[in-house]
Design a protein around this ligand. Structure first.
Ligand SMILES: Cc1cc2nc3c(=O)[nH]c(=O)nc-3n(C[C@H](O)[C@H](O)[C@H](O)COP(=O)(O)O)c2cc1C
Length: 327
C-alpha cells in the first residue's frame, strides 16, 4: 500500500493513460488496473463481457492484451524495461498480467515512434484509398507480430480472399438476423458521443457496412432498411490479413492482443489505418473454416484490413482514474 499522490501513483497513472487508448471489441474497454508498490496489475473486467458475441472472453483478453502492449510501451518511453508476468495468479484467470519496472535502458527510436502513435491510432470503417501498402512495410509488420509470438498472415490470393469474404458475409448475416446479437450490438452503439465514455458512436460509421469486399458490423442497423449499398468499392478493401497464434489458450489470446497493437501502431507510424472484421471468429463453425484455410494451421485471432485513409476520429474512453485503483 502507498499513500495517494506518491511518485508510484503518478507513474501508474501515466502507464494506464497509455493503456486505455487501446482498441477493444465494441469499445467495451474491458480492463481494470491495480497499482501496487512498483507493480501494475491488469485484470479483465467480467462486467464488460459480451455474452453472445464473445462468450469465451477471447476478444476481451485480446483487447486487454492490446492495452498491455501500450503499458509496456509507455514504460519503455520512460526508459525502463517492463517485466511482465502473464497470468500470475493460477486461481484467478481474470488476472491477466503483472507488470513491474525492470532496469533502465533508453528507449529505441522504433519504440518512441510507436509510443507517439498511441493517440493517433483509430479504427477505420469503410473504403481505403486505392494505393497499396509497400512490400517492405508488410515485412516489417510481419516481424512486429512475430516479435510478440504471433503471426501476421496476409491473405494474398484472390481465391483465399473471396473465401474469407464469404465467411465474413455469412457470419455478418447470421448476426444481423439474430435478435440477441442485434440487441447486444445496439446496447454498445451510441447515437452520439453523449455522456457515456464507451461504446461505438454512430458518426464513426459513415458508410454502408457492405461497401467493401468484407462486410462490416451493421452498427447503424442500416442494412435492414437499405439491403444494398448505394456504392461498392471492392478494389478499395485494402490488404486483408489475420493475426494468428500457434495454440488457442488464454496466453495465446493475450499474446495476440499485444501483437495486434504492435502491428497497428507500426502501421500508424507509416500512415496506415486498420479496419476489423472479426465476425466469423465469433461463431465456432465459421472460425474452424477460417482456420482450415490458413496454410500454417494456426488459430485465427483477428481479421483486419490495412490501408491508407484520411484522418480518423478518436472514440471516447473511460478515464484512467475510473479504471485504476490502488492495491
Ligand atoms: C478484439 C477486437 C475485435 C474488434 N472487432 C471489430 C469489428 O468486427 N468491427 C469493427 O468495426 N471494429 C472492431 N473492433 C474495433 C473496435 O470497435 C474499436 O477498437 C473501438 O470501437 C475503439 O475505437 P478505436 O480503435 O478507434 O480507438 C475490434 C477491436 C478489437 C480489439
Amino acid at each position: 500500500m502507498y499513500a495517494t499522490h506518491t511518485p508510484v501513483d503518478h507513474a501508474a497513472n501515466y502507464l494506464v493513460r497509455a493503456g486505455i487508448t487501446a482498441p477493444s471489441l465494441f469499445n467495451t474497454q474491458p480492463w481494470q488496473f491495480v497499482a501496487r508498490e512498483a507493480e501494475l496489475d491488469l485484470y479483465a473486467d467480467p462486467a464488460r463481457l459480451l455474452p453472445l458475441t464473445d462468450p469465451d472472453a477471447r476478444e476481451m483478453v485480446i483487447s486487454c492484451g492490446a492495452a498491455l502492449f501500450n503499458v509496456r510501451l509507455a514504460m519503455r518511453h520512460l526508459g525502463f524495461l517492463p517485466v511482465v508476468r502473464p497470468f500470475p495468479d493460477p486461481w484467478n484467470p481474470a488476472h491477466l498480467a503483472r507488470v513491474s519496472w525492470g532496469s533502465y535502458v533508453p528507449p529505441g527510436s522504433d519504440e518512441e515512434l510507436m509510443f507517439r502513435s498511441v493517440r493517433q491510432r483509430h479504427t477505420h470503417r469503410g473504403p481505403f484509398h486505392s494505393s497499396l501498402l509497400a512490400q517492405p512495410l508488410i515485412h516489417e509488420l510481419r516481424d512486429h507480430a512475430d516479435a510478440e509470438g504471433a503471426e501476421l498472415h496476409t491473405v494474398g490470393s484472390r481465391s483465399e480472399r473471396t473465401h474469407l469474404a464469404d465467411l465474413v458475409r455469412t457470419a455478418e448475416r447470421a448476426q444481423r438476423s439474430h435478435p440477441g446479437h442485434v440487441a447486444e450490438l445496439a446496447s454498445w452503439t451510441r447515437a452520439s458521443h453523449g455522456s457515456r465514455p464507451d461504446g461505438v458512436p454512430l458518426e464513426v460509421c459513415p458508410y454502408h457496412p457492405d461497401c467493401t469486399a468484407l462486410p462490416d458490423r451493421d452498427y447503424l442497423g442500416i442494412a435492414r432498411t437499405m439491403p444494398s449499398p448505394p456504392a461498392v468499392w471492392p478494389t478499395r478493401t485494402g490488404l486483408v490479413a489475420l493475426i494468428t497464434t500457434q495454440q488457442d489458450s488464454r496466453q495465446d489470446w493475450l499474446r495476440a492482443g499485444q501483437a495486434l497493437q504492435r502491428v497497428l501502431l507500426w502501421a500508424t507510424v507509416h500512415g496506415v489505418a486498420a479496419a476489423f472484421h472479426t465476425q466469423p471468429l465469433e461463431l465456432p463453425r465459421l472460425r474452424a473454416e477460417v482456420r482450415a484455410a490458413i496454410p500454417s494451421g494456426q488459430f485465427p485471432q483477428m481479421i483486419l484490413r490495412l490501408g491508407h485513409a484520411a484522418g480518423g476520429r478518436p472514440l471516447p474512453r473511460r478515464s484512467a482514474a475510473s479504471v485504476l485503483s490502488a492495491g
